[in-house]
Design a protein around this ligand. Structure first.
Ligand SMILES: [Zn+2]
Ligand SMILES: [Zn+2]
Ligand SMILES: [Zn+2]
Ligand SMILES: [Zn+2]
Length: 134
């Protein structure tokens, strides 16, 4: 009899704890902060640059360097613009998936036009925006 009463008394506390843990998890997932896909630090949603590791596009899927459509590391070409998603890294000369950074040495695979500051794939010869030689 006594132990049954104890269990009944303990249950609501346990439930509340579980609820609180779940609540925190939902808050983390839905709204407030998200883990950077490069360094795993929690950063504000809609961050364009991770404040911890300084990498661009730290949230969400990998994106095509040319048209910014979401891509997957297993793809050979972008589903929207057809850009080849396998390139030789200019830094370590190894074949890497073409996203924002080399998968082997972390070198950035994008450059910014010095003239108009448009960010574009490192393979571009001319700025996609202003046509200036890169
Ligand atoms: Zn980061
Ligand atoms: Zn594309
Ligand atoms: Zn590399
Ligand atoms: Zn430009």
């Amino acid at each position: 009899m006594v132990s049954a009463t104890k269990t009944k008394l303990l249950e609501p506390v346990k439930l509340n704890e579980n609820f609180y843990t779940l609540f925190k998890l939902v808050i983390t997932m839905l709204g407030y902060k998200h883990p950077c896909k490069y360094c795993n630090q929690l950063i504000p949603p809609n961050s364009n640059v991770c404040p911890f590791c300084g990498r661009v596009n730290p949230l969400g899927p990998y994106r095509c360097p040319k048209c910014r459509a979401p891509t997957e590391t297993t793809w050979k070409a972008c589903s929207r613009c057809g850009l080849a998603l396998e390139i030789t890294c200019p830094s370590c000369k190894r074949i890497t998936f073409f996203a924002d950074y080399c998968q082997h040495c972390d070198a950035p695979l994008w450059i910014e036009c010095k003239n108009c500051h448009t960010v574009q794939p490192i393979t571009s010869k001319k700025c996609v925006n202003c046509g200036k030689k890169l």
